[in-house]
Ligand binder design. Sequence first.
Ligand code: 4IA
Length: 401
Amino acid sequence: MTTTTTRAIPVLDDDPFTEESLRDPLPFQERLREAGSVVLLEKYDVYAMGRYDTVHTALLDWQSLQSSAGVGLSNFRYEKPWRPPSLLLEADPPHHNAPRATLEKILSPRAIRRMTPAWEQDAHDLLDEVLSGPREFDAVPALAEVYPLRVFPDAVGLREEGRDALLPYGNHAFNAFGPANFLVVEGAPHTQSLSAAVAQMCARGQLEESGFGADIWAASDRGDISVDQAPLIVRSLLTAGVDTTVHAIGAMIYALASNPAQWEALKADPSLVRTAFDEAIRLESPVQTFFRTAKSDVEIDGHLIPEGKKVLMFLSSANRDHRRWDAPDAFDLTRDPSGHVGFGMGIHQCVGQHVARLEAASLIGAMVERVDTIEIAGPTERHLNNTLRAWHSLPVRVTLR
Ligand code: 4IA
């Protein structure tokens, strides 16, 4: 391939990682989608894509677009990673294969389904507590943050000590995929102690005898993975499994509370709980972005991306691309959201998605049984993060059935 066959790449001078853009990312995402299928973001010298087709294709092309140079802005070819790279997220085949296969088995739909009775009971217990108090409350601390932290650390087999590091550790990890902006600077003083707390929880002796953590260590006994790999694979659960589910549940509660007709539709047909969750993931894309690195000169839709350059995929923008979705900005339980790229696509597609789906279905399923109406009761507040779309505060008012 020669450069004479490729087309000029549109250039944008936008910075998607400013406070203003993170607060309201939709205007930039629209400019990105409409500027072209691949756009050079001058400020960072990265190639960004926001159309569904292009993002989808890029996610599947692990041969050309590698993960092992990091899936953040930082290029591991030239910069030292802030922590030892993830054996799942920041790895390519063949190294990716054994950790992925191990975790896929441990988090399989069948394995996760076994949690259903306990997690449904936990959801009802939490609602007993919350709904016995004032009928106006902040759904972020009361539900979205509490519920995953009730069920997931127990399922991993974590002791109590160190659990309070999980959310802030994940928050920093997701900021660290972006540039070293104000959010990374704010988080920096705490990184070392949070990393140490999380690393400690991954050790075999710190984990309960049953749970996902013990399952990972058992895989090392069988030789499926090495003993050195086990604690890092446990770390992946702790990095990827807490903030993501908290913010996904927040997104779902917000979507339902601000779309009363959809809440009514869900009450009328509770089998829609899983659609509601995936539709909320599509609409809000709790994980907004990920990078890849061009393994060699790559041609995408006629555009040349030079070897070693970073490629920034806007999952969020793809999930609202009018080329793929009718009325993309509407939260609509009659659509089939299942092609969204909010969990990624291809060999790295979220290995924990069955965990996330069961958490969300258990909580919202319990709410549907007990709550008659839910509405936004006051000013909402965003939680800013370089990768996550999140709520800090969601005041809601509920009436009971
Ligand atoms: C890991 C994409 C995101 C949910 C994620 C973050 C961290 C890791 C995996 C996935 O540390 O392995």
